[in-house]
Design a protein around this ligand. Structure first.
Ligand SMILES: [Cu+2]
Length: 314
């Protein structure tokens, strides 16, 4: 096979140029997100306006990305412009009719030869098309000039920061065990419950809780429409026997730590069940935290795995 060395050189030069350009643009990470899922956006500003320092960064939050919450930055004043969504969003039992449509960080001074990151959280609507790019038009302003990263084409001189949307995880929809939600400083992920055995009045439910705050919190109680009583349990050795017992004071969530509720460990115990838990369905459980408040989440129901340690008597 014969190759033209001239072509190879020009391709690699183009790639180098493109990589150089890309890093100088206003970029968005992570580069992929999921339809209907939460997204932690970070916009990186890589240079000023023609040598000038940037004092304001303004990000437009288009329809389709809701419940946007910016992260404050030391040395910058944070402001949002709020407005109504064309169509309300419902997530985990909460209706969102309006929210931030613009986020403005101002009063800073980001020199041309420095870079910085501007972050916000939010959720992509379930109606968005998988495979599409979602753009967050961004304008950086300096004393005399500005750069508008608002073009929709990645090949333009000033492309808007964008992210590629992947399809919602269908296996997760069938068994929604990858639900995740934010509540105050808490991130709640990987919710699931075990299907009940025939005639069993109890079932275990599990999730992972990360406390990103600077103060500890506590899971104080839980409830579910299908359970007469819900308790928070731990598994502990009593002599040689592993037993479960209620955490009457709740489950502590230390600041900056992740606590996993999992088979054989901490769990939420659904008792006095009014109906069986069927594999592939979901059960709604409301969690109440001491500081973060209350949230209702669906827990996808999976078949019980053997040796999960849930055969024990109360
Ligand atoms: Cu238990």
């Amino acid at each position: 096979m014969k190759r033209d060395p001239q072509v190879m050189i020009s391709v690699s030069t183009a790639m180098m140029l493109f990589a150089g350009m890309a890093s100088a643009h206003a970029t968005l990470t992570p580069p992929e997100a999921q339809v209907g899922a939460a997204y932690n956006a970070v916009i990186r500003i890589g240079h000023g306006c023609d040598g000038e320092a940037t004092h304001t960064v303004r990000v437009t939050i288009p329809e389709g990305f809701y419940n946007a919450k910016p992260m404050p930055k030391p040395g910058w004043t944070l402001k949002t412009v709020r407005g109504s969504y064309t169509k309300p969003y419902v997530s985990h039992g909460v209706t969102y009719e309006e929210g931030a449509q613009e986020i403005i960080w101002s009063g800073g001074s980001l020199q041309d030869d420095w870079y910085d990151e501007f972050a916000f959280l939010g959720t992509f609507g379930p109606e968005l098309e998988a495979g599409a790019e979602f753009h967050f038009p961004t304008v950086q302003t300096c004393d005399t000039g500005q750069v508008a990263w608002t073009e929709r084409s990645a090949l333009s001189d000033a492309p808007a920061p964008s992210v590629v949307l992947a399809a919602a995880d269908e296996s997760a929809q069938a068994t929604p065990m990858h639900e995740s939600a934010m509540l105050g400083d808490l991130t709640l992920t990987n919710t699931f419950a075990f299907a009940t055995l025939p005639h069993s009045p109890v079932a275990g439910a599990f999730l992972t809780i990360t406390n990103d705050g600077e103060t500890s919190d506590k899971l104080v109680s839980a409830s579910s429409p299908i359970a007469g009583m819900v308790q928070i349990h731990e598994m502990a050795m009593d002599g040689d026997v592993m037993k479960m017992r209620e955490l009457a004071d709740g489950l502590k969530l230390p600041a900056g730590e992740t606590v996993m509720l999992k088979p054989g460990g901490y769990h939420i115990m659904l008792m006095d069940l009014k109906e069986p838990l069927v594999e592939g369905e979901a059960v709604d459980i409301t969690l109440q935290f001491e500081n973060a408040g209350t949230i209702a989440l669906p827990f996808g129901i999976q078949s019980r795995t053997r040796g999960a340690g849930h055969e024990m008597k109360h």
